[in-house]
Each structure stands twice: as C-alpha cells, then as structure tokens.
Design a protein around this ligand. Structure first.
Ligand code: AMP
Ligand code: MG
Length: 581
C-alpha cells in the first residue's frame, strides 16, 4: 500500500474519531410510616460492628442500616413536602416517597455480587418478603428519608432547565464493611416534584437493558453504576416508544441501582444557572470531601483540581467506552457523572459492525450522540462543567481551567491509543502505533467487520495462520476484514510491530489480549431476545445473560450454544431503541 497516500487520510480520520470522536409522606406511600425492616428494640450499631468484624453476610435486614442523614444534614432540603411537580429552589433534594406498584411484583433478577460483596447481604435475603418490599419501593427503612435530587442539564446541546430525579428515589446510603459508601436508588418508583410530564415509571424493556447493561459494563472493567435487582409488575405503563403516535401498553418495572454518588454535571449547572452560588460551593465541597480524597478541602485551588480530575477521568471513561464499542446514546450533561462513571442507561448500544457513525438511539435524529462523536461531546459537557464552576474561580484559575480543558483531546487520544494498543497486544511504544490502529479500524469500517469479534479473533488466531493469511472459518469477523484489499498490508505491518514486543511470546500476547478483548458483550439482539421472554414472565434468558456477562472474556459453553459469539442475526439490524423508556 502506498503509505504516503494512506497515512495522511488515516491520521485525519483518526483525529476525526478522536475529536468527534418526611411528614406529608404518609399519604404518598401505603404503610410506609409504620413499617420498619429494623425492629426498633435492636441495637443496630452493635450488630453492625459484629458482622463487620466477622465479615459475615447478613441473611436478613436485622442490623442492616440505610441512612440519608449525612446528605440531609449537609445539604438543604426542599421545604415543600407535598409531592407535586414544581420548580424547586435553594435545595438539592426533595423528600418524596416512592409510589408502590399496584399489582403483584415479580423478581426478575438479582445481582449476587452486589448483594454480597457490596451490600453485605447474603444472597438468600433476595428470597425474603422484606427484600421484595425494599426493592419495589413499597416499604422504606425507617431511618432513611427517601429523596429525589434536583438537577438541570444541557440536553442535545441546549439548556433544558430543571430536570431532576423524575422517576428515581434515593432510598438511602449504605456504608459497607470496607467503609465504602454506596447510594441506593430505585428507578421507576413513581412521580416526584421533578417528573414534569412523565409518569414516574420505567418499563420492563428499558429496565432489563439497564440491569444487564450496567452489570456487563462493570465486568468489562468500566466504571459504572451497578444494578442490585430488577422487579416487574403487571401495572400498565403507556409508552410511545418511537414517538410515532403508536402508544403501547407496557409493564412497570423497578431497578435498584447503586453508585458511590449520583451527582452529575447538571447537579452543579442548575445552581450556577439560578445564581445559588453558596449552595454550589456547599455541594462541591461535599462532593470533593466525600469522593476526591486526594484534594484538600481547604485548598483555595480545590475547584480547579477537582475540574482537572473530572477532565482526566472523563477522557479515560470515554476512551474505555470506545474500547468496547459502547455508545451511551444520551450524553446530555444530566447523564454525565461527576465521578466519571457510566450512569443512566437508556438507548445505549454495543455496536456490532464497526461504524464510527453508529447511533444507538433511533430518536437521535441529528446523530449527535453517535459513537464517533462521544469524545467531542465529552468536551462539550466538560465545557459546561467549566461554566458551572466559573463563578467560583478567580481570573487566574479560570485561565488555568481553560488550559486544562484544552488538554482534554490529548488526554483522550492518549487513553484511546493505550487501550487500543493493548487490544492489539502491543508492548512499548512505536511511532506508527496510532497509524496501525487507525489502519485496522478503517479496514473494519470498509468491510463492516464486527468490532468485538475482530479484536477477539485477533487474540485467538495463531501467528502462523495470520502470517499465511489463512483465516479459519470460525474466525468469521476476521474473515470479513480479510476481504479488504489492504488486509495483507496491515497484517505485515502488525507482525513486524509485534517483533518489537520485547520479552514477549505468542502465548503470552494471546493470553493478554484474550483478557481484555471480550468474547461477549450485551448486543441489542441479545437483550431484545431476553426482554421478549421476560415479557412472558420467563426470566431465564435475562439470568443467563447476567451470568454469561459476568465473565465476558472467558469462553463459555452455554454462551457459545446461545450464539453469543456468532454473527448477529439479520433481525438485529431492525431493532430500535429510543429515549422513551
Ligand atoms: P433520561 O434521559 O432518562 O436521563 O431522563 C431525562 C429526564 O427526564 C430526567 O429528569 C428523568 O428523571 C426524566 N424522566 C425520564 N423518564 C421519565 C418518566 N417516565 N417520568 C418522569 N420523569 C422522567
Ligand atoms: Mg438521566
């Protein structure tokens, strides 16, 4: 291949990829006021200490504490306590109880890992009535006040004003045996002051996707919220899924999801927009002291350092998304975590064929959140964060913050390159590494090769087979790339580059690559198939996927039999997902 011809166009293309790339509560919840999962007469603190010491997992909720005390003591709470839609001011949270689902509730799936490793609960707890009550929002732990968070955000590029938790309730913060604090949130648990025109509900379809998607991301090693459980009811929830007037009846579902913090860029933006600067400062100081231990809370540059960390971590997160072909779908500032974790799973997608123009959200007409534009949108969102912090920065700090932001593309590029080098098993540095990566991606784009399996099969194929360009049939994705007229050139360049891996061997490289190139990701068709069964109360496929995706790098007979590493079925292309969920 004439390199002088290809290099500039590929580099330009890569750069494009990089750059585009309480009180009145009694009437809102039945029985909430007189139900407690913690009997009042038990000294819970002793019990808590007891099980911490023995690192035992609790078989029930006796001694298990949730609290929102610290949040409500530090941050102002909306003084209106009735649950009606309104503009809220000078507050971070509103106290609001979940609205229980009316019909029978079924447990679709539970994450054993979240229960046991994070929440100190034995898996058997999920078989109890109390658990079902807790995760479906019918009963709340007495010591914890459920809260809905007030935030704003830029949606699809424009300031949308107040958004907030319109269908989510923070039911408490749990401090586990390692001293880690986790915020537990129900999603789909009813209307709040922030519901605007929404019904406060989530449907089974999107809830299965959030449950499986967030757990899958965790096991891929990507910072994300987690999902503890998923319940479904027979409550009718009406949705116009594709905004075409075709309103359909769906079933209400609730996910219990957890994160170290649910604060978002929009949490700060709304305070800056409404000039609530003291509150902005209070919230920031809380976020910094709780979640950024390396920052000294008395440092006059703390907001600047905070900004710098969020810029770095966001660049890293988006590069990680790209490394597994994940498109979030709705990268609005209200869906961008201040802790740079993946949150608010909606119309996300793992791309099948490699395509920088892949848009998972069928209602994203402008294709704003296509996969190849995520890095760019990250910059936009960080700029909005910068603007929100602006009133708290002096002139010098503003200049520095601006420079930090300017450094974002380079940080992103660095992470992206490192991750893709690792995907290719490259060690050390070589000038042409960026080119080698871009070259392969271009071949994949031209041949519509499968993103996940091309990298996986490159990890599995023997060096001799690659050298001889004899790609066995089972390496179907690689066979697609091999149809490209420049494939042989790429292979020659790749093999030459591998020789520069000092102290490496074929088996060592293959082992490394297999450990980071997943064999299974949550493809849309896999989620869709599981959802269709779940709609008929057959939760087997949801649970199968959950189990398989806990080991995405490990070949599993059950997954092979289900075709999860095969070419996606033709109907996969017809699947549509949208914001309406
Ligand atoms: P999302 O795009 O899902 O992150 O949601 C954007 C905003 O719309 C957030 O403020 C959500 O709480 C709110 N929202 C989404 N769906 C609903 C719903 N069904 N009922 C109430 N609020 C909703
Ligand atoms: Mg959201």
């Amino acid at each position: 291949m004439p390199r002088h011809y290809v290099v500039p166009s590929l580099i330009t293309w890569l750069m494009l990829l990089v750059c585009q790339s309480g009180c009145c509560l009694l009437d809102s919840i039945t029985a909430a006021s007189n139900f407690s999962l913690v009997p009042n007469y038990i000294n819970t603190s002793n019990l808590h200490q007891d099980y911490c010491e023995r690192k035992r997992k609790l078989p029930n909720f006796v001694g298990w504490r949730l609290s929102t005390e610290k949040l409500t003591a530090t941050l102002p709470i909306d003084n209106i306590q009735e649950n009606y839609v309104r503009e809220v001011q000078n507050s971070i949270f509103s106290v609001v109880y979940p609205t229980p689902l009316k019909s029978r509730v079924l447990l679709v799936a539970v994450s054993k890992e979240v229960l046991e490793d994070i929440l100190d609960l034995d898996f058997s707890v999920s078989e109890t009535e109390e658990f079902l009550h807790l995760v479906s929002g019918t009963k709340i732990l007495l010591e914890s006040l459920p809260l809905a968070h007030r935030y704003g955000g830029h949606q699809f590029g424009s300031w949308a004003g107040q958004l907030g938790d319109g269908r989510a309730h923070l039911i408490g913060v749990y401090t586990n045996r390692f001293g880690d604090r986790w915020e537990l949130q129900l999603k789909g648990s009813g209307r709040t002051p922030y519901s605007r025109n929404g019904d406060g509900r989530a449907v089974l379809h999107s809830s299965v996707r959030e449950f499986l998607g967030s757990e899958a991301m965790h096991f891929l090693g990507i910072p994300t919220s987690r999902a503890a459980s998923l319940v479904v009811s027979d409550d009718d929830v009406w949705r116009d899924r594709f905004y075409n007037g075709n309103i359909k009846k769906e079933r209400g579902a609730i996910v219990l999801r957890i994160a170290k913090s649910w604060f978002r860029v929009g949490s700060l933006e709304i305070l800056a927009f409404s000039g609530e600067l003291e509150l902005l400062r209070t919230l920031l100081d809380l976020v910094i002291s709780e979640h950024f231990p390396s920052i000294n809370v008395n440092d006059s540059n703390r907001y600047l350092i905070f900004f710098s960390e969020v810029v770095s971590e966001t660049a890293h997160l988006i590069a990680l998304w790209m490394s597994v072909g994940f498109a979030h779908g709705v990268c609005n500032t209200d869906n961008f975590s201040l802790l740079s974790i993946t949150i608010d799973y909606g119309p996300f997608g793992f791309m099948d064929s490699y395509d920088p123009d892949f848009v998972p959200n069928t209602s994203d007409d402008e294709r704003r959140y296509k996969i190849g534009n995520q890095a760019n949108v990250g910059m936009f969102n960080l700029n909005k964060l910068f603007q929100a912090l602006n009133p708290l920065l002096d002139i010098r700090q503003k200049q520095l913050a601006s420079q930090i932001l300017e450094g974002y593309p380079e940080q992103y590029y660095k992470h992206f390159t490192e991750l893709f080098k690792a995907k290719l098993g490259l060690l050390g540095d070589s000038e042409d590494d960026g080119y080698l990566i871009a070259f392969l991606l271009k071949l994949m784009e031209d041949t519509k090769a499968d993103f996940t399996m091309t990298f996986r099969q490159l990890s599995e194929i023997s060096q001799d087979q690659l050298k001889e360009l004899s790609i066995p049939q089972e390496f179907w994705a690689l066979q697609d790339v091999a149809k490209h007229k420049f494939f042989a050139n790429w292979v020659a360049m790749y093999l030459l580059r591998l020789k520069r891996n000092t102290g490496d061997s074929y088996s060592e490289r293959s082992r490394r690559m297999i450990g980071i190139n997943p064999r299974y990701v949550l493809r849309n068709w896999m989620a869709e198939s599981a959802v269709q069964k779940a709609e008929r109360n057959d939760f087997s496929e949801v649970r199968l996927l959950q189990q398989v995706l806990q080991h995405p790098f490990q070949m599993q007979t059950v997954a092979e039999r289900a075709g999860y590493a095969q070419r996606p079925p033709a109907w996969a292309k017809e699947i549509k997902v949208s914001c309406s969920s």
